[in-house]
Design a protein around this ligand. Structure first.
Ligand code: ZN
Length: 400
């Protein structure tokens, strides 16, 4: 049993009692108890890329960051696009977590391609949602033609499944790449500019409204996208917005310091757009925070542009970034709980989060990579105030 005494809790209860095989009493008088984070957007890489991350390294990184539950994306090698591969992936993850005795929770997305729409019915009860890539981010998972896209939205509605969409327009990217040939990574933000995201988003919203499909828009990176979705929400309320920590706390000026290493899809935006996005986030217009944890080796991050691997790690630093913003008076604790847990449970029809994270709201620490195999974090060396000190998953404590 874990007994947490005197907790300064945001949840309205005084003490928490959790069954587990551990026996532990914590005096939490200087701590906050929050629901542990649910991260609805991660790339934990395995099966297929254990050199970049494993479920052991990634789950420890997540627990360190106050996260006990993740929704993993299907761009594995091979991609998670058949029932057989989905079941294989589950077996591989379960084996790895149990071999390393790690208490953790996960759900899996199913990758939709032009060729596997017929197999959605066979996996519908085993997945958290359908992942649709409209831009060329990841291998063979691209859906770039409208007829196929429409079919996916109709099929998702038929089986009452959520579509999680990566909205960047493929055709637009191809044209812009021809015009902007350069080895300067800042060009990345010009090729995949705000219009690129908006074109794809409008198409997705059109089909979502037409079929009344529940749509979860991944990594919304511009205020224009937020405004477009809020407008469409008047016609179809089941449209949801996710933002990432890097689009909220970083911007295109970071290329100067980190060069290719901050290449990510969608790219970092201007400081002005970043600030407006952050405002929407703190005002409650954005439903969820997804880290889009996408680790790469330092070697892959340092390859000259345009051959740089796109993606940033995020699970270890997301909650400290939010708590630091709370300490600075930018965001309320209620908002943090909404975007990291409550809203996500509602959107994805999950039972309310029972795992907890204990927070030391005044602890100041410099960000240092702990468990992730990622070769680079854009936050490394940054001083943040507000850190998880213990994450409790299924009653099992993970000391940070
Ligand atoms: Zn992603």
């Amino acid at each position: 049993m874990i007994e947490i005494m005197n907790a300064n809790t945001e949840l309205g209860k005084k003490d928490y009692y959790i069954d587990s095989s551990y026996s532990l009493t914590i005096d939490a008088s200087d701590l906050f108890v929050l629901p542990a984070m649910i991260d609805p957007h991660v790339h934990f890489r395995n099966p297929g890329q254990a050199d970049k991350e494993t479920w052991s390294s990634a789950s420890k990184a997540a627990l360190f960051g106050g996260i006990t539950t993740v929704f993993d994306m299907p761009n594995n090698i091979p991609s998670c696009t058949t029932k057989h591969r989905l079941m294989d992936k589950k077996r591989i993850i379960d084996e790895e977590l149990s071999r390393n005795k790690i208490a953790f929770r996960y759900h899996l997305y199913f990758g939709v391609t032009a060729k596997n729409i017929h197999s959605i019915s066979s996996v519908k009860d085993d997945i958290i949602g359908l992942k649709v890539f409209m831009g060329s981010s990841t291998g063979d998972l691209l859906i770039a033609d409208d007829a196929t896209l429409e079919k996916v939205f109709a099929t998702a509605k038929k089986y009452n499944l959520i579509i999680a969409i990566h909205a960047e327009d493929e055709q637009y990217i191809r044209e812009k790449k021809k015009l902007l040939r350069s080895s300067d990574p800042e060009v990345h933000s010009l090729i995949r500019d705000p219009t690129c995201a908006l074109i794809a988003l409008r198409k997705a919203l059109y089909f979502a409204c037409m079929y009344q499909t529940t749509l979860y828009v991944l990594h919304v990176s511009t205020p224009e996208e937020v405004e477009e979705i809020l407008e469409a929400k008047k016609k179809h309320p089941r449209l949801y917005i996710e933002a990432t920590p890097h689009h909220l706390f970083l911007n295109s000026t970071y290329y100067k310091k980190h060069h290719t290493k901050v290449v990510v899809n969608p790219p970092l935006r201007s400081p002005e757009r970043q600030q407006r996005l952050l405002q929407y986030f703190t005002q409650g217009c954005i439903d969820a925070l997804g880290t889009d944890h996408a680790p790469h080796s330092l070697e892959d991050k340092q390859k000259p542009y345009p051959n740089t691997a796109a993606g940033l790690p995020g699970v270890e630093s997301a909650l400290p970034l939010l708590l630091n913003a709370w300490n600075e008076g930018t965001i309320s604790l209620k908002r943090i709980i909404d975007v990291t847990s409550r809203n996500i449970c509602k959107i994805f029809s999950l039972p309310l989060q029972e795992d907890l994270v204990l927070i030391d709201p005044r602890k100041t620490k410099v960000v240092r990579k702990m468990y992730s195999k990622a070769g680079f974090s854009p936050y490394e060396g940054k001083k943040l105030t507000g850190w998880p000190v213990m994450t409790i998953c299924r009653g099992v404590p993970f000391m940070t």
